[in-house]
Design a protein around this ligand. Sequence first.
Ligand code: KG4
Ligand code: ZN
Length: 336
Amino acid sequence: MNRELILAIESSCDETSVAVVEDGTKILSNIVASQINSHKRFGGVVPEVASRHHVEQITLCIDEALTEAKVTVAELSAVAVTYGPGLVGSLLIGISAAKAFAWANNLPLIPVNHMAGHIYAARFVKPFEFPLIALLVSGGHTELVYMQEDGSYEIIGETRDDAAGEAYDKVGRVLGLSYPSGKEIDELAHQGEDNYHFPRAMIHEANYDFSFSGLKSAFINLVHNAEQRGEELDKNDLAASFQASVVEVLVTKTLRACKEFPVKQLVVAGGVAANQGLREGLTTALAEEMPEVELIIPPLRLCGDNAAMIGAAAHVERQKGIVAELTLNANPSLVL
Ligand code: KG4
Ligand code: ZN
């Protein structure tokens, strides 16, 4: 049987990425052009700047992905592209490139939800066994997703306000760290102690929802009050205390979901899945309380935005026979 080769394109936020993925499970190339240095000085992603960078990078990334994969256009089976959620201008660059490439080379176009892509990053680690629960934690999303089969998503809980990654980035700004600050806070946290005891919002509520804006406010208020009094706070302890709150809530609610649904695996996905505290917390909690549930966390390079994960999710869509028309449009608030 011929191998399936998908050229996947991801441009929903601030990484232009193109990958070639074989049979949904093997990465032949995964080019990621990050624009983060252009956005750092603004303290966040500037949509217009992001779109311009995508325009500059997209064709270079496509060429590089094919070259690195040693795959010719004639060998490709399909083109896949993220069509939401994300920044509309950024999404449109990837979609336009994918449409042009598909049309010019007479290839089917497969539309992919960015969040499904994050989940399927874990598919490069191990085959999925259903039912499973995915904890999706990124800069824009914090969700618990129940999956009974490939490509089926039921959101059983989500954040009522800020996403976990967003809280990391906002708190980082108050600490004077550069954007995005999740990784740096994670590193500082490992050198400090949970001495400030921030609240654990909604931890005892019998649902699977989250809230991080109260924690963010508590953190900001503590720092501002200390500044006004001329008091010095320990940066490492602040990071450790913030992270302890985020991790405890995420671990507690995720474990509760794993106990109440008949799950075989727990998948952790999205940029915040790179967090060492969260990885350690979930590993320990599962080993102690539910060793029968298998934990799958993608390697760090597949936690952040990349096109290989879009290729893996596209493989599932293709098996379901899902193909987009060339009228495909961006959907900035697409849900799973
Ligand atoms: O999935 P992603 O790359 O982009 C979105 O789709 O949002 O996630 C980016 C988010 C940022 O908020 C960043 O601060 C956070 O992931 N992040 C982390 C870590 N690495 C990245 N948060 C906590 N700990 C980390 N080690
Ligand atoms: Zn993402």
